[in-house]
Write a new protein. Structure first.
Length: 271
């Protein structure tokens, strides 16, 4: 119904349709917290962090204050608790762990969000909690972490689960879902560039990766239909000294709670 409405509007004005698409593109859906994630949060200490007068970040801490910090960072329309299965094993290896919900996601404030908002919130949490030793990111969280690292956030090790390569691809996927014309999608992209004062190439992991110095482990599933496996494989080719672990049958999200994936990630971070 939404797609039909935007398509109808585009017949009258492509500019107006792209403005509506711009609002929709930045508005994530929130999903109910499943019981398995509620259980994982019981041992965590909740916290709140105000990044601006209108942005309240909610998150969770595990472990002692003295351990090296690992930040868990979810993807678009996700939440910090999706990565909470990593927390217990990390604490068992002497790390302290922080997960949080990005603006407009989970229990944090806001109705809209974006890749720049993700990167901004990550830097804010790092400023509050301390420089992280490592980050475990999922999907768009990987792109945001790379953007934050390029802009000065020092991270020794990164584990990227199902990372994108060019976030601009999301606009094409968005257009395909709603059946929008190329003219409307081009208008959407232009509005995003105008809003955040950055060209799309500035968000490309393909562009940023060759200059990165952090150790990187990419974990990607061959059956991921949201971010296809070749995307993660290509990132490994571009990021110096990185390594790829390929899984099968775990898809885009179930991979976040697979015991073997968690074990591999923690061994990499602790090495």
């Amino acid at each position: 119904m939404i797609g039909a409405g935007v398509r109808l509007l585009s017949r009258v004005s492509a500019s107006a349709a792209s403005r509506v698409a711009f609002e929709l593109f930045r508005t994530p859906r929130r999903h109910r917290l499943p019981e398995r994630e509620r259980v994982l949060l019981r041992d965590a200490a909740p916290f709140e962090l105000r990044l601006s007068t209108s942005t309240l970040i909610r998150g969770w801490r595990w472990g002692e204050d003295s351990g090296p910090l690992v930040i868990l960072f979810h993807g678009w329309e996700g939440r910090g608790s999706q990565l909470a299965a990593f927390a217990g094993p990390l604490v068992g290896r002497g790390f302290r762990v922080v997960a949080f919900d990005a603006p407009g996601h989970g229990s944090s404030s806001g109705l809209q969000s974006s890749l720049p908002h993700f990167a901004w919130s990550l830097r804010g949490v790092a400023d509050s909690e301390g420089t992280p030793h490592a980050i475990i990111g999922h999907s768009l969280g990987c792109a945001a972490a790379t953007l934050a690292m390029r802009d000065g956030l020092a991270i020794s090790k990164a584990v990227f689960v199902a990372p994108p390569l060019n976030p601009s691809d999301y606009t094409q996927q968005f257009g395909a879902i709603f059946g929008l014309s190329d003219e409307v999608i081009d208008g959407l992209r232009n509005r995003i560039e105008e809003r955040f004062l950055r060209k799309w190439n500035d968000y490309s992991l393909a562009t940023m990766a060759p200059a990165m110095s952090s150790d990187l482990l990419v974990v990607h599933d061959r059956d991921d239909v949201e971010t296809p496996w070749p995307v993660g494989a290509r990132l490994v080719e571009l990021w110096p000294g990185s390594r790829l672990i390929t899984t099968e049958g775990l898809g885009h999200r179930r991979i976040l709670r697979d015991p073997s994936v968690i074990e591999e990630a923690i061994a990499f971070i602790a090495s």
